[in-house]
Design a binder for this molecule. Structure first.
Ligand code: GDP
Length: 429
């Protein structure tokens, strides 16, 4: 049985916590896209962790953690993360890395910085982890797959060829120091030694695991609105954030993905550029940011304060639809307990017309939120374990959102810990 955990919005919905919780029942957890550009925060009995590359299942010793072929693999970052969690007392995790995963090269990170510098104020708000240059090279067919590290002669020859084209850009466009293929070769030899114990034919491994009836969890990064096709292009990430891509990025048949759990946060937060229609500002935003998540809404990778907004039903309905949602996990609901009234964005007004359909980027920039105000519950709901024990106004909020988005909310998360979860039967199926 394969399940996917993905995000409905801009990312940071709390996927890490939901994956960590579901990992208890899982044999294998797979990262299938993205790179070290986003992070998950996980709180468990070992402590609090920010993971960028490792799947959230690394904290259980019964699970195998897999980096699929679709990931932008930053080898020193992965290696460093394994060392660091072990340094905090977590037992050596079982990690496998696809022999077809491509490697984030040191120059991808440099190009990311140089391009942001060049664009100045018109930049996309990249985390400068090399992700966009990495995926450009992948699709331009000048990337390096992990297995190429094991073929020294062809590797040297290819490095020379790639450096030639990169150096033209470095010299004439960016006016920066040139790449040295010999030096890069030595770096890649170090990468090879770090990654060698983990290399695996992942799709064959997963094929056997599926036939053996193993429980497999696909762990998405970011959310629908950051998808390069269906998101707010060009303020998106460079690999698909959709559950459908889980099949490609892990190397499994699409029909094997039986459950798609889409994580929606009870309010909005976003990083980087792009329209957030229900965005709030000033003291109202500061307070939600301060109280949000677990210790405030600040980027896990960059520490940047996140942009804040009310729950956006238009974006979330669209986000759930593109994911192919079977279940919604509604998270961080406990944070809203301080509000007397809770605005919810139920529609957009674009050029004088109301809509509940999520528009393309140009129209999105012109959209104004249509808000409906719901009463708050003014109570701390952390620690509540059954749906019926939630305050009436809180249940009304959940059911209102569920009706607006049209997908079943079967899990409600009311705290950052694994046990802070309320399962519910939805009337929608
Ligand atoms: P991800 O990238 O989707 O995993 O999102 P983040 O790592 O940004 O997670 C959001 C933050 O919210 C993290 O600090 C989590 O520990 C925290 N979190 C997750 N679920 C809940 C919840 O239900 N309540 C609270 N208060 N915090 C939560």
């Amino acid at each position: 049985m394969v399940k996917a955990v993905v995000g409905a919005n801009w990312g940071d919905e709390g996927k890490g916590k939901i994956t960590d919780m579901l990992a208890k029942e899982a044999d294998i957890i797979v990262r299938f896209q993205g790179g070290a550009n986003a992070g998950h925060t996980i709180v468990n009995s070992y402590g609090k962790f920010a993971l960028h590359t490792l799947p959230s299942g690394v904290f259980y010793n019964h699970t195998t953690s897999i980096i699929g072929n679709g990931v932008a693999l930053n080898i020193p970052a992965l290696f460093g993360e394994i060392q660091s969690i072990m340094g905090q007392g977590v037992p050596q995790p079982k990690v496998l890395v696809s022999d077809r995963a491509q490697i984030v090269m040191p120059y991808h990170i440099l190009f990311d910085q140089y391009e942001e510098e060049r664009l100045g104020g018109k930049s996309f708000g990249s985390t400068k982890s090399g992700i966009a240059p990495f995926y450009s090279d992948k699709y331009a067919k000048i990337g390096f797959q992990v297995h190429e590290l094991l073929e020294e002669d062809t590797l040297k020859e290819k490095l020379k060829r790639v450096c030639e084209t990169k150096n033209v850009l470095l010299e004439h466009l960016y006016h920066k120091p040139l790449l040295n293929p010999e030096e890069l070769f030595h770096t890649l030899q170090e990468y090879r030694d770090m990654i060698r114990p983990y290399i695996c034919d992942v799709s064959a491994f997963l094929d056997r695991a599926i036939k053996d009836g193993k429980n497999i969890l696909l762990e998405g990064q970011l959310g629908t609105l950051k998808d390069p096709d269906h998101g707010i292009y060009p303020m998106v990430t460079s690999s698909s954030t959709l559950a459908a891509y889980g099949a490609v990025g892990a190397g499994i048949p699409p029909y094997e993905i039986r459950q798609i759990i889409t994580v929606c946060k009870a309010y909005s937060s976003a990083v980087g550029a792009g329209a957030v229609v229900s965005e709030i500002f000033g003291e109202e935003a500061d307070e939600l940011r301060r109280r949000g998540g677990d210790g405030g809404e600040y980027g896990v990778t960059t520490g940047r304060p996140r942009r804040m907004g009310w729950f956006d039903c238009v974006a979330s309905k669209y986000g759930c639809r593109l994911q192919g949602t079977t279940d919604v996990a509604f998270t961080v609901l406990d944070v809203l307990g301080y509000l007397d009234e809770i605005p919810v964005c139920v529609g957009y007004e674009i050029d004088g017309e109301a809509t509940t359909d999520f528009p393309t980027t140009g129209r999105l920039e012109r959209a104004k939120p249509v808000l409906e105000i719901l009463p708050g519950w003014k109570e701390d709901i952390r620690g509540i374990r059954t749906y019926e024990d939630l305050p009436q106004n809180c249940r009304d909020y959940i059911e209102f959102v569920e009706k607006q988005i049209g997908y079943p909310i079967t899990m409600v998360s009311n705290g950052p810990g694994r046990e802070d979860i309320i399962y519910r039967k939805s009337a929608i199926s």
